[in-house]
Write a protein that binds this ligand. Structure first.
Ligand code: AOS
Ligand code: ZN
Ligand code: ZN
Ligand code: ZN
Length: 413
């Protein structure tokens, strides 16, 4: 879009929204300040158990992962943090990594522990980690999490994300109550070592890799455990971790109502933990989630500052950097649209039982084209007007392939 066309669109939108009493300047500054962290494992081509197709030029080490996020930050101005995964991202030289991140103006978001794989540790996690029937394996898994906290402290992170694959594949395999009890006890030990200014983000997931029972399958179980840990333990919502048609916006509202929402792993899903690009399948759902987030904050249920925002997607057929640009854009758009909701009118409709009116309020906001606003916010922050077009024009992937090679990838990618 030419800059004069952009300005014309912005003027038109300003007039259109102005007639509804909405001032675009405050919208633009809200959109501009909203930042979403990128996980270190999203920078390479993903894959399934049937295969993985390398895109080439993928980061070969932690430094190069930071460089990719630095590039995304520069182009989009929508991300300023990385979420690391241990053991995939153990820094060899902490000072050098801190310096590199500082140079790229990137901070360290929540740290992710890994007790879902074997990577040379003495005892196997095949039969579970924090829920394992063997106390020695539980101890090893707890200690791994404590090590992750230590690494995170050295980098300036303020959170530990725990996602557990623990569960069972067949009826009878596990003692369901004991597995939950052991998990809770193990998490209590981890929580006891959590620094005072840290939070623990407890993720849930209904199935996969276990297909009969998962120890923390849903937000309710995660919330029950968090309640037993303390108020710095909260529930992490990964959008793909729900059975089809679950009302995720209701989960978000309920968690905020209890001050129990830790944050998000943004992605999209058609069937399960598909890890598709955020906003690519259900943009209306994403918008409704943001409506609850804005409402919950405005009505003092929970502050946005207490919530962590991150992408958790996998890119099987796309260039990961292009996909992340799309995802950051989709999240900003959903947020911008939710900011347009006439909340006073919506409350009135709700109180009067005006079902049609309430739907009109939401759809009026959702159907507004906010792309010009999101673009303007990015331009004002010093980013590219059209990051995707810039990325392609500059042939950035080809440059990365020339620099890093065709098949290169770091562990965990
Ligand atoms: C797994 O399904 C979860 O979404 C995790 O949050 C995450 O993808 C994992 O920790 C990265 O390997
Ligand atoms: Zn996740
Ligand atoms: Zn997942
Ligand atoms: Zn996922």
């Amino acid at each position: 879009m030419s800059s004069s066309f952009h300005q014309k669109s912005l003027d038109l939108l300003s007039e259109q929204l102005g007639s509804k009493g909405i001032h675009i300047n405050s919208l633009i500054s809200k959109i501009a300040t909203f930042q979403i962290a990128v996980p270190s494992w999203a920078l390479g081509a993903g894959g399934t158990r049937f295969g993985r197709f390398s895109i080439g030029g993928e980061p070969r080490n932690l430094e190069e992962k930071l460089e990719d996020i630095g590039l995304l930050a520069k182009l989009t101005k929508r991300t300023d943090a990385v979420s690391l995964h241990i053991p995939w991202d153990i820094p060899q030289d902490v000072q050098a990594i801190r310096q590199k991140a500082a140079d790229l103006q990137i901070s360290f978001d929540a740290m992710n522990s890994n007790t879902f794989q074997d990577y040379g540790q003495p005892l196997s996690y095949k039969m579970g980690s924090l829920s394992n029937a063997d106390p020695a394996i539980r101890k090893q898994a707890v200690e791994h999490n404590l090590q992750v906290i230590e690494i995170g402290k050295s980098l300036g992170s303020k959170g530990l994300t725990v996602w557990l694959a623990d569960g069972s594949n067949f009826p009878g395999q596990a003692h369901i109550r004991k597995a939950l009890q052991w998990t809770t006890e193990s998490l209590k030990e981890i929580y006891a070592s959590l620094p005072a200014d840290w939070k623990l983000l407890l993720e849930y997931k209904p199935y996969e890799p276990n297909f009969y029972h998962t120890v923390i399958p849903d937000w309710g179980t995660s919330a029950l455990i968090c309640r037993q840990l303390g108020d710095r333990a909260k529930v992490l919502v990964d959008l793909g971790h729900h059975l089809p048609n679950t009302n995720i916006e209701q989960i978000v509202a309920t968690l905020m109502h209890q001050n129990l929402l830790a944050g998000f792993h943004f992605n999209d899903s058609k069937y399960g933990d598909d890890d598709l690009s955020t906003g690519s399948v259900k943009p209306y759902q994403l918008f409704l989630i943001f409506c609850e987030l804005i409402g919950g904050a405005e009505e003092n249920a929970q502050t946005w500052e207490s919530i962590s925002w991150m992408i958790d997607a996998s890119h099987n057929t796309k260039d990961p950097l292009e996909d992340l640009i799309q995802a950051l854009e989709a999240i900003s758009q959903a947020y911008a649209k939710a900011l347009l909701v006439d909340r006073k009118k919506l409350a009135l409709c709700q109180n009067e039982g005006d079902v049609v009116g309430a739907q009109e309020v939401l759809q009026d906001a959702f159907l507004t084209d906010v792309r010009t606003l999101v673009c303007e916010a990015r331009i004002q922050s010093g980013g590219e007007a059209d990051p995707l077009a810039f990325y392609r024009k500059e042939k950035i992937r080809a440059k990365l392939i020339a620099q890093r090679g065709k098949g290169a990838q770091a562990s965990g990618l």
